[in-house]
Design a protein around this ligand. Structure first.
Ligand SMILES: [Zn+2]
Ligand SMILES: [Zn+2]
Length: 270
């Protein structure tokens, strides 16, 4: 039985004779069903029409994304750290070339995902890479459409997954919205891999939305809370969910603070 994948968001469902009528992730107000209607594909079909490209984003950080673009044009980032490699976020297409290349780079010790729009085919990735654990925040448990013993839910605001590598739950876009902080990256400069929990914008700032496609913002209180939770962490760079939409290579801590200030000032205007 095929495990159907929603073509709009990339979410994979458990093997079944027929796909669902509609993808719950896309009927949610943080996504949308395209005007052309709900459509489905499978990993086998994806493999025949798409491939993944690897790009060196920064020292120790390699992006993996599908070409031509698929789903919401997600990208994953392979973080090669002295404490082990982590696949940050996930994309729908996994093929033999991708597995060979990742194994050639040392494999991965764990997969960690920012929020449900990146769950995609995470179960396939875990199995192909040696049944590695998939760390997801428990607050988003309801959005796991394909369960697996590899999925490990965590709770609270922070969880160290290796020395110097910490998952930080900021919430916002999703209740369990998580970023990955790598303290020693860049000779101690520190980096935050932010998914779209902190959304990189072209002015090399970050911004915030509850729903990006439908432009439904977050409250000032929520965004202040995000800043509070992030406060103890030092970082210079911030790399987000998408390629070509801006990145922060330096002064990340100050830039995020300025981004929060400008957002809160505008959303609080009376
Ligand atoms: Zn979908
Ligand atoms: Zn999202």
């Amino acid at each position: 039985m095929p495990a159907f994948i929603c073509t709009a968001c990339g979410t994979q469902y458990p093997p079944s004779d027929a796909p669902l009528g509609a993808c719950p992730s896309c009927t949610d107000e943080r996504q949308f069903i395209p005007a052309s209607g709900q459509s489905w594909t499978t990993l086998e079909r994806l493999r025949s029409a798409y491939s993944n490209k690897f790009f060196r984003l920064a020292p120790g950080l390699t992006t993996i994304e599908t070409t031509p673009a698929f789903g919401i044009a997600q990208r994953a980032i392979l973080a090669c750290t002295p404490a082990g490699n982590v696949l940050w976020d996930c994309i729908a297409l996994i093929d033999d070339a991708t597995v060979d290349l990742i194994k050639g780079m040392g494999g991965v010790a764990a997969i960690a995902i920012s929020h449900p729009h990146y769950y995609t085919t995470m179960v396939e990735w875990s199995r192909a890479l040696g049944d590695v654990p998939i760390y997801l925040h428990a607050a988003d448990r309801q959005w796991v459409m394909r369960t697996d013993p590899a999925v490990q839910f965590w709770e609270g605001d922070t969880m160290p997954i290796a020395p110097g590598l910490t998952l930080v739950r900021l919430g916002g876009h999703f209740d369990g919205g998580t970023v990955l902080h790598w303290a020693d990256w860049g000779e101690g400069r520190g980096v935050v891999l932010s998914g779209d929990i902190l959304q990189l914008v072209p002015s090399r700032h970050v911004s915030f939305m509850w729903s990006y496609p439908n432009l439904i913002p977050l409250s000032a209180a929520r965004v202040r809370r995000i800043a509070e939770i992030l406060e103890p962490f030092a970082f210079d760079a911030v790399y987000g969910a998408f390629s070509g939409r801006g990145q922060i290579d330096a002064n990340g801590k100050a830039v995020v603070a300025a981004s929060v200030a400008r957002y809160v000032a505008r959303i609080s205007e009376t």
